[in-house]
Design a protein around this ligand. Structure first.
Ligand SMILES: NC(=O)c1ccc[n+]([C@@H]2O[C@H](COP(=O)([O-])OP(=O)(O)OC[C@H]3O[C@@H](n4cnc5c(N)ncnc54)[C@H](O)[C@@H]3O)[C@@H](O)[C@H]2O)c1
Length: 281
């Protein structure tokens, strides 16, 4: 049972976009265990699931009385008419997430976004858009607390190591590469104000891509996609005579739910876009 922190207030109306997906179904299960949130809509474009009860599809023992629809805007409108400020949770696809956020903000609905793949330009644009609308928005590339701890440990280690590479491993249904989390981790290290991986020999890639992607300050990211994986990341630091490896493994999508529910509660009080779970912990 998840902790409910709001007492004597109307529940937060929540619309889940991408509700029939792997993350969407997990979100539905988590919401059903809260008393301070109320699911008002489940959106998914998958034609197989239109009209089905989202509770039953998510494996709950009872129907929730919320049918899946592919119409986002009417549900944003309904959520916007509730007493408490509404939230849209988005776990859809990198191709559509930018438009979804703009639509939600246009209705005064606060987006909590787990979908990865937003470009830097899109994030900057959305930051301006949400600030102008004075509307909170949370973009969280990884909702697991363990990953935030890994990133903090990596930042600390980067003060002592000059060589680092990041490997991210995901299931092969993931559309974007590298993962939003790997990009975020690399950005945090690049912001430390030093260059990493200064080569000591002249490197030549005989097969293009074999050394991965080289980003800011020389930090490299490698992406692996295989069935059987869920979501995993390693940050490997090297120095003469030692390796320091930080690794986070996701074995069940339930690990994202405490962070997600926290984000839903926090986004109500924000006035513009905030990026990263560590900012609200
Ligand atoms: N932030 C995190 O902690 C975290 C964790 C896991 C996954 N993710 C990201 O979340 C996203 C979804 O992941 P998933 O594993 O649930 O994928 P999935 O493919 O299982 O689910 C996506 C769902 O979105 C639906 N969809 C696609 N386009 C849509 C649209 N235009 N409108 C409505 N629904 C639409 C699909 O039909 C599908 O049911 C990915 O970008 C993934 O990288 C983030």
């Amino acid at each position: 049972m998840y902790l409910n922190i709001m007492v004597n207030q109307s529940p937060i109306p929540v619309v889940v976009n991408g509700a029939a997906g792997k993350m969407g179904r997990e979100v539905i299960k988590a919401l059903s265990q809260t008393t301070d949130m109320n699911l008002v809509g489940a959106i998914d474009i998958n034609p197989e699931h239109q009209g089905k009860d989202i509770g039953e599809l998510s494996g709950l023992s009872r129907p929730l009385g919320v049918p899946i629809t592919n119409q986002l805007e009417p549900l944003l409108l309904i959520a916007s008419q509730e007493k408490q400020l509404g939230v849209m949770v988005d776990f859809t696809h990198p191709n559509i997430v930018y438009d979804n956020i703009r639509s939600a903000v246009a209705y005064g609905i606060r987006p909590v976004v787990g979908t990865t793949g937003l470009s830097l330009e899109q994030l900057q644009d959305l930051a301006e858009f949400t600030a102008k609308a004075s509307t909170g928005c949370l973009v969280i590339p990884n909702f697991s607390i363990g990953m935030v701890l890994l990133q903090q440990a990596a930042v600390k280690a980067s003060q002592h190591f000059d060589h680092v590479e990041i490997i991210e491993l995901h299931h092969n249904e993931k559309a974007d590469a590298p993962s939003g989390t790997a990009i975020k981790t690399a950005e945090m290290l690049a912001d430390m104000g030093k260059s990493f991986n200064v080569p000591i020999v002249e490197e030549k890639e005989n097969l293009i891509g074999s050394r991965g992607f080289e980003g800011r300050e020389g930090i490299r990211i490698h992406s692996i996609r295989l069935p059987g994986l869920i979501a995993h990341q390693e940050v490997i630091f090297g120095a003469p005579g030692q390796l320091y490896t930080l690794r986070h493994d996701t074995s069940d999508r339930a690990c994202y739910m405490p962070g997600l529910l926290l984000a839903i509660r926090k986004v109500i009080g924000l006035k513009s876009l905030v990026y990263g779970l560590e900012k609200i912990l």
